[in-house]
Design a protein around this ligand. Structure first.
Ligand SMILES: O=P(O)(O)OC[C@H]1O[C@](O)(COP(=O)(O)O)[C@@H](O)[C@@H]1O
Ligand SMILES: [Mg+2]
Ligand SMILES: [Mg+2]
Length: 332
């Protein structure tokens, strides 16, 4: 394919034939986030040479062990974004508090991010990524960052795998841009990503089987029963333990991803964080034609109570998410 079929990110975002005209300030913010992701990809790639492998020796606000790269990625993301004129605040997985960059005004942007997702995979050289979500301040909601996912104006992630790919939605479909390491450009290589409604592949950490609710246990049991079970077909299973990699696979070839709340994590609300993991991935899933649910409700309608809030996550192929919702309703 020639370059003319692979427009660079800026050209794509400012294309006058797009269904929606994006605010130039939002375009510049998205391009700055792409710069941050490119920088983080380089840290991930060269970590062993730079003494950046292994644990940082501390824990984040969620009590989780921080890797050196979690801290470096967070600093890099915040540093690169700190000069964006209309960016009012950053909410990061790795920071206890909200980082205010300016006096917030109507129309300013808020960025929520997980600087390095799946960081337990770094030392074994598996794919990791950065997840982000962008909302805009409405009139009168000065200093309000607790917005439900339906208010996102953009969501995306970068996956640092064999190649670096930035996947984005601004509310009209989902597109993927691969980073050409020779020029540093992100170019459109995965146009109009869609999640097929039907799938025979699921992703869940099965080691938590004993903690699961009946709805999840019944669903997985039925998948595992194969051709002679109630689903009348064989299911495949994949689990990377890096949400970015697991969701990316679903965007490329379908599937359903589950990190449900269970008897072991329910007191915390689940495992994955609402504002910078669940919401952006839920918007991407829906924009790609899939669904995203807690099992009982649509993730994007969840009203956050705190900025590090956790939530149950089930997303991907619509038929499977709908089935899981039915099982949860039956369970009551
Ligand atoms: O180790 P587990 O329980 O399978 O959890 C894996 C999940 O945790 C996460 O790694 C959490 O993200 P962080 O690495 O950003 O904390 C997800 O990417 C992944 O889906
Ligand atoms: Mg994460
Ligand atoms: Mg993380």
């Amino acid at each position: 394919m020639s370059d003319t079929h692979m427009p660079p990110l800026h050209e794509f975002l400012t294309d006058p034939s797009r269904a929606e005209r994006l605010d130039p300030a939002l375009v510049s913010l998205v391009e700055t986030i792409a710069d941050a992701c490119r920088a983080i990809a380089n840290h991930v790639r060269y970590a062993a040479f730079e003494g950046q492998s292994g644990a940082a020796g501390g824990t984040n606000v969620q009590g989780e062990e921080q890797k050196k790269l979690d801290v470096i990625a967070d600093d890099e993301f915040a540093r690169i974004c700190s000069d964006v004129p209309r960016l009012a605040a950053l909410v990061s997985e790795e920071r206890d508090e909200i980082t205010w960059l300016k006096e917030p005004e109507e129309g300013d942007y808020l960025v929520y991010y997980d600087p390095l997702d799946g960081s337990s995979n770094i030392d074994v050289d598996l794919s990791v990524g950065t997840i982000f979500s962008i909302c805009q301040m409405a009139e009168g909601d000065r200093a309000e960052v607790l917005k439900s996912g339906i208010h996102q104006v953009c969501a995306g992630y970068a996956i640092y795998g064999p190649s670096t790919i930035l996947v984005l939605t601004t509310g009209t479909g989902v597109n993927g841009f691969s980073c050409d390491d020779r020029s540093g450009d992100f170019r459109l290589t995965h146009a109009d990503l869609t999640i097929p409604p039907t799938t025979s592949e699921f992703a869940i950490n099965v080691s938590r089987y004993r903690h699961w609710d009946d709805a999840v246990r019944v669903y997985v049991d039925e998948c595992l029963a194969g051709e002679t079970g109630p689903r009348n077909r064989a299911f495949n299973m994949r689990w990377t333990a890096s949400m970015v990699a697991d969701v990316h696979r679903i965007l490329i070839r379908g599937g359903v991803f589950l990190y449900p709340s269970d008897a072991d994590n329910r007191d915390k609300g689940g495992k994955l964080r609402l504002l910078y993991e669940a919401n952006p991935m839920a918007l991407i899933a829906e924009q790609a034609g899939g669904k995203a649910s807690t099992g009982l409700t649509r993730i994007l309608e969840e009203v956050p109570q705190s900025h590090h809030q956790r939530i149950s996550v089930i997303l991907g192929s619509s038929e499977e998410v709908t089935r899981l919702e039915e099982y949860h309703q039956r369970q009551g």
